[in-house]
Design a binder for this molecule. Sequence first.
Ligand SMILES: [Zn+2]
Length: 512
Amino acid sequence: MESKKFYITTAIDYVNQKPHLGTAYEKIGADCMARYKRLCGYDTYFLMGNDEHSTNVEREALRRSMDPLDYCREMSGQFTGTWNALHISFDDFIHTTEERHRGAVTELFRRIDQNGYIYKGKYEGLYCESCEEFISEKDLVEGKCPRHNQEPARIAEENYFFALSKFADRLLEHIENNPGFILPRTRANEVINVIKGGLQDVSISRSGKKWGIPLPGDDTHVIYVWFDALTNYISALGYGGKDTGLFEKFWPADFHVIGKDITRFHCVIWPSMLMAAGVDLPRSVFAHGFISLAGEKMSKTRGNILDPEKMASVFGADGLRYLLMREVPFDKDGDISVAILVNRYNADLANELGNLFSRTAAMIAKYLEGRVEPAPFEAGCEMYGDLSRAVSGYREHMEKMEFSRALGAYWTVIQRANRFIEEKSPWLLAKDESKKPELQALFRELLAVLRTTGIVLSPFMPVKMEEMLGQLGGAEYSIDQLPPARSGAERLSPPTPLFPRMQDKLEDIFKD
Ligand SMILES: [Zn+2]
């Protein structure tokens, strides 16, 4: 039987600049998944962190005349501050300068070395310090790294190499036997092509550097920043340390959530490192797409959109979470602009969900003095079938991290409930005393929909949904018992709106 544990991680971030919207998009997606799994009763561990041993980080610290470690601490406050502001519910936040991490990296290196997969050799070639990556001539565009438009450094060093080439066949076999190992499938095909194109051994040390973890047995080298960084997924669980309880409980990871630009590291190098050390492989690497701003015509607002805290101050943290997850399918690239986000906010949150809640609660307060007689909610009820279908569609997509489709599937019942109100016209029923039971039944059904919504949408909008459920008098339903078997309300007060309509003058929204 499958154990009810769930371990999810995000990429750790270089701290040479503040978090931006693309980074936030990844964390929000992973957070929605972590919260969903907690709802489903999984013992969940959600790891995030910062990647600090980068030359970029050291350089930025020195530029500010700061000690790199002090600089990393300061940036850690900035990152976790942003994540908290966006309601990201990480259980652990690792910094690669921490002692627990250093121990794990050292131990992993030793094991791989003992198993005979590390050797000393000469590296002569190119290194892009912005990528923190050894790159080959054929990847250059007009002599420059295409991602950074800068010339790579030419280095000739005596380095330590990891025998990556020995793992090509085992990797291919693993990917073939585990169709869920790399998601979405398009990314798996890219990785398969990379492996079939031939794997070369990779340098895993830098000589003459101080900022990093000293190589065991040779402190004239530090361990290459990617070898160091990837190890965070096990170092946070105590691998190589005194207390390995978390490692035994949560490893292998269920999902590494990463950007699609770092699949080579996560789907080729990392699993090979683990195989070399005799450690189990993660179950799945999910490579999300990127947000682009091609649709944003106003140049001044582009910079503001890229600041996640500014965006949260406009749409609310939960509003922003919803908009990003709804508008950009997690497995694909997607284009956004202020106009797209404002339209979506007004249509989905202010009009459809916000109105459904506000007018239902207001009418219950007005027509029924806040009381809806509790009674069973069952298959014969008019909203029951729609609600059941919406919940199961939502769950099916959530399991695959298809957040946009999950929300789309669930939204059908919110729209249906609004039409249901129009069809029944409670304002007419309320005028006729003999129609009281009908009025009661109508609101009982709407309450069942709203309380279900409060649970189902809580991974996306944790604070707003708690607020809504609080105003509805709470709900103790578990996600496995939806739709609820009973519905009703005691002493419901007139509502406080959840999603005030956004002004239509878009150019004013991001005014400083
Ligand atoms: Zn580069």
